[in-house]
Design a binder for this molecule. Structure first.
Ligand code: PLP
Length: 401
């Protein structure tokens, strides 16, 4: 590249950066100097911070047995494969984990990816042709939106959890060869749960397949933590599940698709993020595999979070706050004003409570909030301290009378 060209590229970059700063949407990153867990140390001070903003729903990210399994896998199988799966990157532990994931979800087969972002990027293009249709909830996760962009199917976007609109779109889509309804099982910004029973009924009526992204459900929703389909009694009606190993299931990294065997066979042949990206590192496989063992041994871990979620939601509501969603450990404290959300989140941190404010464009304008995430490893005292801090900070900044 010529000097002149690279300088103008740099100037463009600078302009973009200023634009992001100017729009107030700059995302800064706090540096943590301890393990992930309910109590954190932040770099440059700040020990004993109570953490309410990780997706560590079951507290398995630093579970001693999960860490030990990672170390054992690292020692036995090495640091990594230096290869994609189909060249020389498949070890016995990858096959074992895929079999375990399929068993956990009671599906025929499963395929691993480096992330659920990749699983979502790889599925729609591999499965759908220009003769097909995909119907997607307007608030689906960015990775589903990107995955759908990559495919050539006809695209329909229905209003968030609006079954009338979905039905209208399904009617319109009857002209296509195949229909796939795609939804998050639980939506991460609102803590609300997709009406899967109704979605499956409509899918049956209009001959469609159902795909769910279970990143915020796998491991803890439903009596045995299988997810939204178990919670709502439709495990036999949902065709395809994509989920992550990077949240409740040990929190390391990785994602997967589980469903009918012919679909998984097709993904192994055609899904680009699977075909052209390195195999999951053994230590990461070890973590997820142990997390699944713990969940399949007993449903106590999956159940342990519900009471804590209930404690937080009811105490905050009694204090005068509005909490979006229902019964989900994602508890968005609705504030409306973007500045209020950001100032209150900062003030909460100064009182030792780590929470994050979200505002436009991450959530709609006028719907700024602080998202609190409950974990099975929070103590009742942690939760009460959080409610107490919210009450003080809310009064100070005018969010409460
Ligand atoms: N889908 C949803 C709903 C998510 O919240 C996320 C992560 O934030 C992803 C997909 C991506 O998961 P991963 O971190 O495994 O790429």
């Amino acid at each position: 590249m010529e000097w002149g060209q690279s300088l103008s590229a740099l100037a463009f970059k600078e302009l973009k950066l200023e634009e992001i700063r100017g729009a107030g949407t700059w995302k800064s990153e706090r540096v943590i100097s301890s393990r992930q867990g309910p109590h954190l140390r932040l770099a440059g001070g700040g020990a004993g911070i109570i953490n309410f903003c990780a997706n560590n729903y079951l507290g398995l990210s630093s579970h001693p047995e999960v860490i030990r399994a990672a170390v054992e896998a690292l020692e036995k199988f090495g640091a990594g494969l230096s290869s994609v799966r189909f060249i020389c990157g498949t070890q016995s532990i990858h096959k074992d984990l895929e079999e375990k994931i399929a068993r956990f979800h009671q599906r025929e087969d499963a395929i691993l990816y480096a992330s659920c972002f990749d699983a979502n990027a790889g599925i729609f293009e591999a499965l759908l042709t220009p003769e097909d249709a995909v119907l997607s909830d307007e608030l689906n996760h960015a990775s589903i939106i990107d995955g759908i962009r990559l495919c050539k199917a006809n695209k329909y976007r229905y209003k968030h959890m609006d079954m009338q609109d979905l039905e209208a779109k399904l009617k319109e889509a009857q002209k296509h060869r195949l229909r796939l309804v795609a939804t998050d099982g639980a939506f991460s910004m609102d803590g609300d749960i997709a009406p899967l029973r109704e979605i499956c009924q409509l899918a049956q009526k209009y001959d469609a397949l159902v795909f769910i992204d279970e990143c915020h459900a796998t491991g803890f929703l439903g009596p045995n933590g299988r997810g939204t389909d178990e919670l709502l009694g439709v495990m036999d009606k949902v065709t395809i599940i994509n989920s992550t190993l990077g949240k409740a299931l040990g929190g390391a990294a990785g994602g997967y698709t589980t469903g009918p065997k012919p679909l998984i066979d097709l993904l192994r042949q055609r899904s680009r993020p699977y075909l052209f990206s390195n195999s999951l590192p053994p230590a990461v496989v070890g973590c997820a595999s142990k997390a699944l063992d713990l969940l399949m041994e007993s449903n106590a871990i999956a159940q342990s979070m519900a009471a804590k979620t209930q404690r937080f939601r009811s105490k905050m509501t009694a204090a005068g706050f509005t909490i979006s969603g229902k019964d989900h450990p994602i508890c968005p404290v609705m504030l409306g004003d973007a500045r209020l959300a950001s100032v209150m989140a900062e003030d909460m941190l100064s009182r030792g409570i780590y929470v994050i404010g979200f505002s436009y464009p991450v959530v709609p304008k006028g719907k700024a909030r602080i998202r609190v995430q409950i974990s099975a490893v929070h103590s009742d005292e942690d939760i009460d301290r959080c409610v107490e801090a919210f009450t003080q900070v809310g009064r100070k900044h005018g969010a409460l009378p």
